[in-house]
Design a protein around this ligand. Structure first.
Ligand SMILES: Cc1cc2nc3c(=O)[nH]c(=O)nc-3n(C[C@H](O)[C@H](O)[C@H](O)COP(=O)(O)O)c2cc1C
Length: 187
């Protein structure tokens, strides 16, 4: 509960970011998230240093304007950009939407694991999720879909991140009672 209530999307992140080895280790943990058929329908592409700038420039060239300027600036707002690729597997039993749900579960697990180790992250989509130029630069297969990425690094230790209160979700829960349905004439 502590990890859940203290994780926030971090817009500005500095060094250090996890090494490739540490990220791989955390991903092994995140991959245990619920995944119907254990298909692992995803992959990550890691960018650091100048390679982030190349991706930002590619987005800016494709759609010149404020949105791509913002995205290009975002590229430098964290030392590690982990681009998330949805790679649905042909499967007669597990439809694409379930595979997307598994990918999302894995990503949230990864964000929590990063947070528990003192790293911060933010999932951004925007232009990166829709860009044909980024697809080509990163060699995304036609059957795959870009889901944006996680910007990863270390949050400013002096930054104030108050623990969030638990949200009231009672109105989002209903209880089904078959007996009441029957007496109301629905069954
Ligand atoms: C699929 C997905 C896409 C997101 N895309 C963006 C984005 O493009 N830009 C952004 O600032 N935040 C993005 N976010 C982060 C949300 O804005 C953020 O989670 C939300 O504001 C709640 O903040 P919190 O994570 O600190 O609780 C995205 C989150 C998800 C799950």
């Amino acid at each position: 509960m502590t990890a859940i209530l203290t994780r926030r999307s971090e817009h500005f992140l500095a060094d250090p970011a996890p090494s490739d080895e540490e990220l791989t280790y955390l991903l092994r943990g995140a991959a245990t998230a619920p995944d119907h058929g254990t298909l692992r329908p995803w992959r990550w592409i890691l960018l650091r240093g100048e390679d982030r700038v190349v991706l930002g420039g590619c987005l800016a060239d494709e759609h010149p304007g404020p949105a791509s300027d913002r995205m290009a600036a975002h590229m430098l707002s964290a030392p590690l950009l982990a681009v998330l690729v949805f790679a649905p597997q042909p499967n007669g039993k597990v439809p694409k939407w379930e595979q997307l749900a598994a990918t999302s579960s894995m990503t949230h697990s990864l964000m929590l694991l990063l947070h528990a180790r003192g790293y911060g992250s933010i999932w951004r989509t925007g232009l990166l999720a829709e860009s044909a130029a980024a697809r080509s630069l990163l060699r995304i297969d036609p059957a795959e879909r870009l889901l944006g990425g996680l910007w990863i690094g270390t949050p400013d230790p002096a930054g104030k991140r108050p623990r969030r209160p638990l949200e009231d979700v009672a109105h989002r829960i209903s209880v089904f009672r078959a007996r009441e349905q029957t007496s109301a004439g629905h069954v």
